[in-house]
Design a protein around this ligand. Structure first.
Ligand SMILES: O=C(O)CCC(=O)C(=O)O
Length: 325
């Protein structure tokens, strides 16, 4: 399969070259009402139900399935190796479980498609997403990343994490827009979040359980906090703060994908973001120069209501400052 190296710079011209997959209504001035905005302040996330139409979702799903079957692309990620006992026979082993092919090998996650695919670029800066983000963070956002998760039946999920661990946006934090392209529930590995954790600093990571997660780092759920599933229908967009602890479990179903298209954004008053996220795109498709953030500060400490440190972790994993997982 050909590796397509992203070389096309993101420009307003490229935006106009995209085909008619998306049809944003003109003059979108509001996505969220006051209740949803309050919920975002309190919990760190908000859901825009049916923000994209069924026809748009069908076209996007078909587009990415076609891209996926046509080739490989720079940045494709099938995940860290499955532990041997969970998925593969090990050479020389006396007794092993039946080898199980990892479904993500056939359907690896795509990244930064907006750098070479007009439809992805156009989706990333869609006016509906721009309006929603402006309502949530109060200023115009900049766009820095796209990702496409296929998550076929049997695929691993992604251990709990904070996006800001990877993006290192300063000042402020990042935000995500997560579009469901399939019905998402606990059976096929919907998103899960820990409401109210968006005000925490970057927490230090621990090793994840790679039988269940295709990434190998995680953060523990803070004491007293609860993990909640985010049940979504195709066309719904889940917006969340980049410091919110979130992730997803495996796709336990036998025959259902859980496809999602994701954009990552930073607020317009940010001055720097990690190198992996440059070039940075304004919501009109033009690019903007920002500084590159250093690897990041010290790991966060959790404190209880009295200010006592609850737990402190060693920075053990990826000390070099990783790309987003
Ligand atoms: O879609 C998933 O399962 C995880 C996505 C995620 O964690 C992210 O976009 O940061």
């Amino acid at each position: 399969m050909a590796i397509v190296t992203p070389t096309t710079p993101t420009t307003a011209t490229a935006v106009h070259a995209a085909t008619g997959v998306l049809s944003p209504p003109s003059g979108v001035t509001r996505v969220f009402d006051a209740v949803e905005l309050e919920r975002y302040e309190r919990d760190g996330f908000a859901i825009a139900r049916g923000l994209f139409s069924a026809a748009e979702v069908d076209a996007l799903r078909a587009h990415y399935m076609r891209l996926r079957t046509e080739g490989s692309y720079a940045g494709d990620f099938a995940g860290v190796a499955l532990p041997a006992a969970a998925g593969q026979a090990t050479a020389g082993a006396v007794s092993v479980v039946d080898p199980k092919p990892d479904p993500l090998v056939k359907y690896p996650r795509m990244i930064h498609m907006h750098r070479w695919d007009d439809i992805s670029l156009r989706w990333m800066i869609d006016p509906r997403i721009a309006t929603a983000l402006r309502q949530l963070c109060g200023v115009d956002p900049y766009a820095v990343q796209t990702m496409m998760y296929f998550k076929p039946a049997g695929a691993r999920g992604q251990a709990m994490h904070q996006d800001q661990f990877y993006l290192r946006v300063q000042p402020g934090t990042c935000m995500a827009a997560w579009l469901a392209l399939d019905p998402c529930d606990e059976d096929n590995g919907c998103m899960k979040v820990v409401p109210g954790t968006h005000n925490l600093p970057i927490l230090c990571t621990e090793r994840a359980n790679t039988v269940e997660s295709f990434t190998d780092t995680t953060v523990p759920i803070p004491p007293g906090k609860k993990l909640v599933p985010v049940i979504m229908q195709p066309g719904d967009v889940f917006f969340f703060n980049g410091s919110l602890i979130h992730g997803s479990g495996p796709n336990f179903s036998t025959d259902r994908f859980r496809r999602s298209l994701i954009g990552h954004y930073i607020t317009g008053h940010a001055e720097q973001v990690a190198k992996f996220y440059h070039p940075i795109v304004r919501m009109d498709g033009s690019t903007v120069e920002l500084a590159v953030s250093e690897r990041g500060g010290p790991c966060g400490r959790w404190v209880d209501d009295d200010g006592e440190v609850v737990e402190l972790y060693d920075p053990a994993v990826r000390p070099e400052g990783p790309e987003h997982e």
